[in-house]
Design a protein around this ligand. Sequence first.
Ligand SMILES: Cc1cc2nc3c(=O)[nH]c(=O)nc-3n(C[C@H](O)[C@H](O)[C@H](O)COP(=O)(O)OP(=O)(O)OC[C@H]3O[C@@H](n4cnc5c(N)ncnc54)[C@H](O)[C@@H]3O)c2cc1C
Length: 363
Amino acid sequence: MSKDFDIIVIGAGIAGASVAAHLAETHRVAICEMEERPGYHTTGRSAAAYEPNYGPPAILALTRAARTHFQEGGFLTPRETLFFMPEGQEEAFAQLMGIQKGMEEIPIGTAKEKFPLLQEGYAKRAVLDPGTADIDVDLLHQSYLKLFRQRGGELHCEHGVEALERNGQWTVRTKDETLRSRIIVDAAGAWGDKVAEMAGRKRIGLQPKRRSIAVVPGPEGSDFMSWPLVGDVGETWYCKPQSGKLLVSPADATPVDPHDAYADDMTLAEGIERFQQAVDYEVTRVERTWGGLRSFAPDGSPVVGYDGEEDGFFWLIGQGGYGIQSSPALSRLAAALVRGETPPSDIMDEGLALSEISPRRFG
Ligand SMILES: Cc1cc2nc3c(=O)[nH]c(=O)nc-3n(C[C@H](O)[C@H](O)[C@H](O)COP(=O)(O)OP(=O)(O)OC[C@H]3O[C@@H](n4cnc5c(N)ncnc54)[C@H](O)[C@@H]3O)c2cc1C
């Protein structure tokens, strides 16, 4: 394997894999991934939902622009989303209705037909998003890694980057190897600020937040796999059918340092309790749990672009809870910006403002 590249991407989650696949068309690209396999951290731990009404404005634009790629590649399976407004969540309901596109308020009776577990009296109002879907995350991630390899890209697993030096070009040191490149792409997920610090950059204040998920049995004898994703508009719990089970999340967002995340038992128990208040169904056992880190910049929008004019350090972090659904568009945009090209017009036409994602917004 060669040691000199045009571009080294740090991190082989969905962000690194997708941008590297695009860049490998025109450049010699390597990915350095610290784990044995790509996707071990946040990318392999998501709820796999495509929710075009979920996220800050930049994410909404990117998620809409991603739909064509998702559909053409067969990565989506339609699944409606149904939000309930219990008492006390009137403000969150009004906020959602203010930004949404294509959602409709439906009578509680209709909501109960779609989600038969809904407990009498819990929801004051209900709103349906018919444009949401399940994403086959593994297929999507693997498709980018395959394209990357076909285009001559080199994936180096067990290559945790330990030091970065700039001397005309970048020297990237891992435990066993030294690689060189003109450009570095920081796609290190929760570790994004740590990688930036290694490169002598100022931290942007990235905050990883833990989110936990419990896998519980669905009600016997019911066709629950066709039910919508359901949750409250205030985002204190959600539930989604997946692989013959129900995923229940407390929708936690606990600030933590970057680490190999796991679910917090107490948080899960409290979330399951909130779920139980919304449904006529008793969760009798939890079969499996996991936790993952959703990482946010201080203003909640992703951080995408060169740090300075000349030095070849490119940020691609802060995708929060929306990094899968936005990745097909975000990776095309990021690849264009890395190359110094005009951003793709179909993405800009969705209303994306580059100033909202630029690293320079933090001064
Ligand atoms: C419970 C949960 C539910 C979610 N649900 C959804 C959802 O429904 N829809 C959606 O779109 N998004 C969802 N997300 C968010 C989504 O999963 C993330 O935004 C996305 O996976 C982030 O991808 P990434 O590539 O930036 O990070 P990661 O997948 O974490 O990849 C970063 C990679 O960088 C590597 N790395 C770090 N430091 C170094 C180093 N020094 N050297 C080499 N490699 C390094 C890591 O090993 C890791 O593999 C969810 C997240 C969680 C936790």
